[in-house]
Ligand binder design. Structure first.
Ligand code: IVH
Length: 670
């Protein structure tokens, strides 16, 4: 057998195992054996770039090829459904259909309404060809690369199945509860904002520019609508059964009904049972089963007349408000949180609910001791939606007022006109704000002190070891050793990585000191233009504003920062600690026009410099680093393990691939 034949055989085999595992939940080989076959395929594909196939099972891991989503026109518009909220409205729909079909018999297919985002998949000759988001219904984003990483979506349909050579299938991409919980746990640890619900998480993930991120997030998909010229039969239900045979994940909780009563029964059953599903659902979809009857009923401008959604009521519970506490976050924003008598709601015990901001408290007209209605809708954090009627008439406690002072430091709060949130303005000594700044300082794109995390910083702060970022540089190993001597190793590691951070470039130091509105890019621009902290600190407002890419808000913020003595002191202490306060000789002199007008893509793993450093080098020499390969790309700076999809694209477009040494020689800094 030739390598190419083996590649084809392995792909086939792995597609089958994927289907067994992710769609049928019946794996027939062990994970280890699967990985073994996948590794064999990866190796063979690496040796045979000419056999590249975007639908290979190896492509499920995603690639670092930056997705710039193309807008694609839908072949058939993606309509939405009109909503109903009670039995009456369902009955109206049923009667409208019956009338529209002039009394003919019809069946209604009842399905779960999955709460994710809709996707349209196009298959040609059994291969996934294109995946497009709903967008505005007329055109959407081409997210094929990201969709390929979703394991339950077949890239290649089972051979021998009777699918048409070309068809479209639509469904919902969603994030199962287990993936969602895991993702939010990770984000909580990293102090990143949490996703409010699986739908937001799925949508944020699918729009990610890096399909490797998508591959890791554990998305799933259910398909519910088959379209095309040669689809198997006249029944929607039967067509979906066929799609399941071809390899698609189709819900098994779909039922055909012959009466309104059966529809009600289905709704009642799933209203409760949905809480036991692995994915979020927000209702039921009712569809006339016969496609010819669907056609005769037709569409309105927005939605079909043959289908409707019934939305579940969000679960509510009634309990008593006992307290409102105020929490101050790392940005200084203050959030009110209701503390209530524990109550069971949608399977969990709820004790707290967010009240968002002062406007929400006021519009609810909350009083202490009120009986309140708590709801858990699509969001994981419950909210108070109303005061229970019984509380409105009787005697009530005192009205809830928003805090006037910061709960952490006692400073009077401010509210910026036009903004909903109250803020603590005490930048200098409010603990959460200080911690927020130190965490920014050590973060990856700033000083990149990886051995320190938010918790450690928190602890050092509580122990009084650090009060600001500059204090990090006077920490000693002895200070970090508590009673537990086994900590010596980690203490050494922490001290070492703090010391190493003094080599971080000036532009990142400028970003790290946390001047409001000065992000990575503005910091780089300012660093390049002024060359040193001193020069920037003494620049005038007009001068800063005149720089290309620096707007009024940033310029004013820089001026404000350097007009505060405490900031000047911090900068001075950081300078004494040895941090880079000016661009390096190398950077200052290396600037040239060698790469002027060139668009360069970086791919792979490098030996001499990091990716970020190469990016900086390209810019210093007048070039532009771009994310994706196109006909306009000048060349690719390639390290080890360049992604096969990039390689394929580069070869196709005849774009030069340059290795590290060639590149460095070209700009002569080796
Ligand atoms: S059928 C023309 N079936 O709900 C009919 N949609 O509110 C197209 N959805 O945009 C949709 N589960 O994203 C259909 N079983 C299901 C569904 C479903 C969830 C979503 C879909 C659609 C939205 C309409």
């Amino acid at each position: 057998m030739t390598d190419i034949e083996r590649i084809i055989q392995l792909r086939d085999e792995l597609h089958r195992h994927n289907h067994n595992y992710y769609v049928l939940n019946q794996p027939v080989i062990s994970d280890r054996d699967f990985d073994f076959l996948l590794k064999e395929l990866q190796d063979l594909e690496a040796a045979h770039p000419e056999a590249f196939d975007p639908n290979s099972p190896t492509q499920r891991v995603g690639s670092d090829l930056n997705n710039e989503f193309q807008t694609v026109q839908h072949q058939r518009p993606m309509l939405s459904l009109s909503n109903t909220y009670n039995r009456e409205e369902v009955k109206d729909f049923y009667e409208r259909v019956s009338e529209g079909l002039q009394g003919a018999k019809f069946r209604i297919c009842c399905e779960l309404k999955f709460d994710g985002l809709s996707i349209s998949l196009h298959y040609r000759n059994g291969k996934l060809f294109q995946a497009v988001t709903r967008g505005d219904g007329v055109q959407g984003d081409d997210v094929t690369q990201n969709i390929r990483t979703i394991q339950s979506i077949p890239l290649q349909l089972a051979q021998g199945a009777d699918y048409p050579s070309e068809f479209e299938i639509r469904g919902e991409v969603l994030m199962p509860w287990t993936s969602f919980d895991r993702l939010n746990e990770q984000r909580a640890l990293a102090e990143e904002p949490l996703f409010a619900n699986p739908r937001n998480a799925a949508s944020g993930t699918l729009k990610s520019k890096d399909s490797r991120v998508v591959a890791k997030r554990g998305l799933d998909a259910y398909l519910y609508y088959l379209l095309g010229d040669n689809i198997p039969g006249d029944g929607h239900y039967e067509n979906m059964e066929a799609a399941r045979r071809w390899g698609f994940q189709v819900s098994r909780h779909t039922t055909l009904t012959d009466s309104l009563q059966e529809i009600y029964d289905y709704i009642d059953y799933w209203d409760k049972e949905r809480h036991n599903l692995p994915v979020a659902t927000d209702g039921i979809v009712l569809k006339v089963n016969s496609l010819s009857q669907q056609r005769s009923l037709g569409m309105t401008a927005k939605s079909p007349r043959w289908a409707i959604a019934y939305k579940f009521q969000a679960e509510q519970a009634c309990t008593t408000l006992r307290d409102v506490i105020f929490q101050v976050g790392r940005t200084g924003a203050v959030t009110p949180v209701a503390v209530m008598d524990p109550v069971q709601l949608a399977g969990t015990t709820v004790r707290r609910a967010t009240l968002h901001n002062a406007d929400v408290i006021q519009s609810l007209d909350l009083h202490m001791g009120d009986k309140v209605l708590v709801e858990k809708g699509g969001e994981i954090i419950p909210k108070i939606v109303a005061v229970a009627p019984e509380s409105l008439n009787g005697e009530r406690g005192f009205p809830i007022q928003f805090a006037t002072h910061c709960p952490a430091c006692g400073t009077p709060l401010i509210r910026i006109p036009g903004e909903a949130a109250h803020y603590c303005p005490n930048d200098a000594s409010c603990p959460p704000l200080i911690l927020g700044r130190i965490e920014h300082f050590i973060s990856r794109k700033a000083m990149n002190i990886q051995s320190l995390g938010p918790e450690t910083v928190d602890e050092y702060f509580r122990q009084g070891l650090i009060h600001d970022a500059a204090d990090l540089y006077s920490l000693t190993e002895e200070q970090l050793l508590n009673e537990n001597a086994s900590n010596r190793k980690s203490a050494q590691k922490i001290i070492q990585s703090i010391r190493e951070s003094v080599n971080v470039t000036f532009e990142r130091v400028l970003y790290a000191i946390g001047i409001r509105f000065v992000g990575e890019i503005a910091a780089r621009t300012l660093a390049r233009n002024y060359g040193s902290m001193d020069a920037l600190a003494s620049a005038s407002l007009e001068d800063i504003k005149a720089i290309n890419g620096i707007g009024d808000v940033i310029a004013q913020s820089v001026i404000n920062f350097f007009s505060e003595p405490k900031n000047l002191q911090l900068v001075e202490r950081l300078k004494n600690a040895g941090l880079q306060m000016q661009i390096s000789e190398e950077q200052a002199h290396a600037q040239s026009d060698t790469l002027k007008g060139q668009s360069i893509v970086i791919s792979g793993v490098f030996r001499h410099h990091s990716r970020d450093e190469y990016k900086a080098l390209i810019e210093q020499h007048g070039g532009r680093n771009v994310g994706s390969i196109s006909a306009k790309t000048s060349f690719i700076l390639a390290g080890e393990n360049m992604g096969p999809s990039k390689l394929e694209k580069a070869n196709k477009l005849g774009i030069r691939i340059m290795n590290e040494d060639e590149f460095l020689e070209m700009i002569s800094t080796l």
